[in-house]
Design a protein. Structure first.
Length: 383
């Protein structure tokens, strides 16, 4: 029951970005937003998440009612998106984008925190629940792309709002977890050198994707690759991601969290170095399917090591910390990607390989640190 409910929660949560990422700019353009205003609206969430996620993590742990807290986040974000259709002025929409992010941004790491607790306390297979988020994301991409042939652009924000309401409802059906003792909720996660280095390593590996996210489609279209094949490439990446989530428990039993991060980093070095060489279309498919390791393995390692750093009463702060680290690294990498791509074209992806290499170095340094019982597992000295 818990696994199916968690899968439904992830499906509802990730339907919203499935609508938002490709089509929110379409909605903004329909309101007459200039390209500069669209860029500002899309960029605001990056900054807001930097403070919203850690603050929400603290509040969630202190409140001790994670299901209710997640529902409030879903409803708050839904209201903000719905208001965008009703108050379409530029300034109002920009304010509402920031307000929506305050609620929506923390929902992702805090849902992961709940999922990690279910995995530890109830034996729920986290990966097989999380994969439905990826499935719903790509389904929302495709479905709304077809539906917008007949729907008004304002339907984008209404559909986002509906999906967030469904998320708020679905979290109420999650199993109720035991409330941690007050002293445990007041205790912060144990962020020793091993955890800090591991989370920073994961953040660097994840941020190595920034140039691909920002300019991959642009570059391939400019190289003469059709829009349909570009869409197929992204779909292949998500499909590979789903497979790894399905076998997440097996991978977490086979590899340590830091081992998964190192696997993701090494795969990223290879993936982006080859992408920089402008390979033929046939080779782009397996390169995009390496997303299974470059993103998914890294993500699994990150949520696991962050979860190990805190008890049941500190999971929100632990996952919010790792999410914030990724947001900072992704923001900086995205800013760097623009001028690099403008000057070097596809060779900018070599910068992605370099970022991933630094992530691998940090992962190796983390492995060399002693692992204490307070950060998950028995106390051992580095070998």
């Amino acid at each position: 029951m818990g696994a199916a409910t968690l899968a439904g929660v992830y499906a509802a949560l990730f339907t919203a970005p499935g609508f938002y990422l490709p089509f929110f700019p379409v909605f903004l353009a329909s309101l007459g937003f200039s390209p500069e205003a669209i860029g500002l609206a899309v960029g605001i969430p990056m900054g807001v998440r930097l403070f919203a996620n850690p603050v929400a993590g603290i509040l969630s742990d202190r409140a001790g009612r994670p299901r209710r807290f997640l529902a409030v986040l879903g409803v708050g974000a839904a209201i903000a998106f719905a208001l965008m259709a009703l108050t379409p002025g530029t300034a109002a929409v920009l304010i509402l984008v920031g307000l929506a992010t305050i609620f929506w941004g923390p929902a992702f790491p805090l849902t992961d925190a709940f999922g990690q607790r279910l995995a530890r306390e109830r034996g729920v297979d986290y990966g097989r629940a999380r994969l439905w988020g990826s499935v719903s994301f790509i389904a929302a991409n495709i479905g709304l792309g077809v539906a917008l042939e007949v729907l008004l652009p304002s339907s984008v924000v209404w559909l986002i709002a509906v999906s967030l309401v469904l998320y708020a409802i679905s979290v109420q059906f999650l199993p109720k977890l035991a409330k941690p003792p007050a002293e445990e909720s007041a205790r912060p996660p144990k962020l020793g050198a091993r955890v800090l280095l591991g989370v920073c390593a994961a953040a660097l590996v994840q941020s190595s994707h920034a140039a691909l996210y920002a300019f991959g489609s642009v570059h391939w279209r400019a190289s003469g690759i059709s829009s349909s094949f570009v869409g197929f490439l992204w779909g292949a990446g998500v499909a590979a991601e789903v497979v790894v989530f399905y076998f997440a428990t097996v991978m977490l039993n086979r590899f340590s969290p830091l081992g998964l991060i190192l696997l993701g980093g090494a795969s990223s070095i290879i993936r982006f170095a080859l992408t920089a060489l402008d390979p033929p279309q046939a080779l782009l498919v397996p390169l995009m399917m390496m997303h299974a390791f470059t993103f998914t393995a890294t993500f699994l390692g990150m949520v696991s090591i962050a979860g190990d750093s805190g008890g049941a009463g500190a999971q929100g702060r632990a996952q919010a910390f790792s999410s914030t680290a990724v947001s900072i690294a992704m923001l900086l990498a995205t800013f760097a990607a623009g001028p690099l791509y403008a000057r070097y074209g596809a060779y900018a992806f070599l910068g992605s390989s370099l970022i991933a290499a630094f992530g691998c170095v940090l992962a190796l340094l983390a492995m060399a640190q002693p692992q204490s019982a307070g950060s998950g597992g028995k106390t051992v000295e580095p070998s």
